[in-house]
Design a protein around this ligand. Sequence first.
Ligand code: CP
Length: 315
Amino acid sequence: MKNFIYTSDIVDLNNFIDKSIKLKQLPNKYSMMGNNKTLGMIFFNPSLRTRLSTQKAAQNLGIKAITMNFNDEGWPIELEDKVVMDQNKSEHIKEAARVMSIYCDFIAVRAFPSLESKKKDLEDKVINGFKRYASVPVINMESSIAHPLQALADAITIKENKKNKSPKIVLSWAPHPKALPHAVANSFVNITKRMDAKLTITHPEGYELNSDVTNGVYVTNDQNEAFKNADFIYAKNWSSFNNYGKVFKKDLDWMITKSKMNLTNNAKFMHCLPIRRNVVASDEVIESNNSLILNQVENRIYSAQSVLKTIIENG
Ligand code: CP
C-alpha cells in the first residue's frame, strides 16, 4: 500500500482487520516508527472524529501532524488543467500537492462532493489530484465518493462484535434534513462485500445508490423485511444518486426506532456520526446497550494507525 484512497487499496482485508485489532491491544508498541516524519492534514470540510482520530493515530506512531482548514486558511485551489487562472482560484493543485510533499511525509485530505455535478464528483478530483501530483503517500479522509478510514473502522467493529461467522448486515437509509454525500455508504458497501457477511441495503424508492457499487447486493424498499434476522443495522442518510443530490423525503417514517430494532436478531446498531438524534435514530436506539457508535469512534484511531503503519512499512 503506497496510498490509501479507496478500500480496494487494502489487498488482504481479513488480515488487515486482524492486524488492526492487534494494534489496538498495544497502540504504543510502534511509537518510534514515525520519528521525524510529518503528516500534513488538510480539511476542505468540517470534522470532529476524522481530524482527532487521525492525529491521535499519527501520535501513537511518533509522527507529528500539521493540520490546516484549507477553505479558511489556504488559497482557493484550481483543479482543472490548462486553465487561464484569472478568476478566483489562486493556487493550482499541482503546486499545492508538490509544496506539501516538500514539507510532509504523508498528505491526508478531506474534500466533500458538490452534490451538483455527478460527473465531476465521480471523478473525485481533489483526492485523485493530490495522489497524481504529490510525491509522498496520500490518505483519503473522506472524498466525494469514498470514506475508507470510516469503512475500515466499521469492518473492525463488526469483526469484534459479530456472534456468528457470517452475520446479516443491513445498511438502512434514514432521514436527514440536508442533502448528504454517498461516500460513507459507498465505502461501507465496498468493504462489507469483501467480508464474510450477508449484506442487505434498504432505502425508499428514489434513493438507489450507484449501481456500480451495489452490484450483486440484495436491495429492498421494505425496511421491515430487511430488518428481519439482522445482526447489524448500519443507519446512514444519503441524497438521491439518480436525481443527483436531491432530497425527496424528510418525514421520519424511516427513522431507526426501538420497535424496528425489535424486528432484528437483537442487532447491534451502527452509525458513523455525527448523528441527528430523533431524526436518523431515536435516543433509545442510540443509547441502547446494542449501540456500537462509540466502538466505531474508538476504532477510527486504529484504522488510521494501521494505514499509516502499513504505508511506513511499505517504504
Ligand atoms: N465519521 C466522521 O467522519 O466524522 P467526522 O465528519 O466528524 O470526521
